[in-house]
Design a binder for this molecule. Structure first.
Ligand SMILES: [Zn+2]
Length: 247
């Protein structure tokens, strides 16, 4: 795959991410999530086209609203970059192996993971139905994974969070994380599900330490694990693809 194709798929990914983030926020607010225009959270002015270019707008306006200069969340930029990398990763696999079914399955995984990531960040929500439907779809679609690998992966994912849920009586971890674990297991199979959980915990811990150090959070602040797990899922998918290409 040449450099132009890499750059194009990254740009496409950031645009998909920008649209998905918007859709997830409108969905969480019970608004019509297809139509409607983007507005500034602070001054409620409709954002102009030059404020809607993924990644670029954030950098040009230094993460501030053009009208009221209110700082926007860094999450917008981080999310668009993650989406860009995710689409780049699966496009690279498609360019190498040319399997349209694998591309379709990868896309389903990445789109659901990004949507879940945005929902969790915005309102600490886990859409259980999306996780169940997503699991059924990724099991039914052709992949390089055996049914046994997917089943073991899903059981590990459910058990990992289920045990914590029971031990902390629902205080340490939400029940929704079990469904995220299930989807991660079916999507990646065994043993990659463990890698995704591990990456998720590393990201979660690093971010928690940063928030504590900058006093943006204290020990009682509730941090949601779901968004880090979805980052773990996307990165573990990348690790899986990289290993398959090398072997
Ligand atoms: Zn504004």
């Amino acid at each position: 795959m040449d450099n132009a194709a890499y750059i194009l798929s990254f740009i496409l990914g950031t645009s998909i991410g920008s649209a998905l983030l918007c859709a997830a926020m409108r969905y969480a607010d019970n608004q019509n999530w297809i139509s409607g225009r983007s507005i500034c959270d602070n001054c409620k002015k409709v954002l102009t086209w030059d404020q809607l270019i993924p990644v670029v707008s954030f950098l040009i306006y230094r993460g501030k609203c053009k009208e009221c200069q209110k700082e926007m969340s860094w999450f917008y930029l981080v999310f668009e970059v993650i989406a860009g990398l995710a689409i780049l990763i699966i496009a690279a696999r498609f360019m190498e192996f040319g399997d349209i079914w694998i591309l379709a399955r990868d896309l389903v995984i990445v789109l659901i993971a990004l949507f879940a990531l945005a929902l969790d960040w915005y309102k600490m929500l886990v859409n259980v139905r999306l996780m169940i439907v997503g699991s059924v779809i990724v099991v039914l679609m052709p992949s390089g994974l055996s049914i046994a690998e997917m089943l073991i992966g899903a059981c590990v994912g459910i058990a990992f969070f289920g045990v914590q849920y029971l031990l902390t009586r629902g205080k340490g971890i939400g029940s929704g994380d079990m469904f995220l674990g299930m989807f991660m297991g079916f999507a990646l199979g065994w043993p990659y599900v463990i890698i995704s959980i591990f990456i998720g915990y590393i990201f979660g811990s690093v971010h928690a330490v940063h928030l504590l150090a900058t006093k943006k959070a204290n020990r009682k602040t509730k941090l949601s694990l779901g968004m880090y797990l979805m980052i773990g899922l996307i990165l573990a998918l990348g690790v899986q693809i990289l290993q398959l290409s090398i072997l």
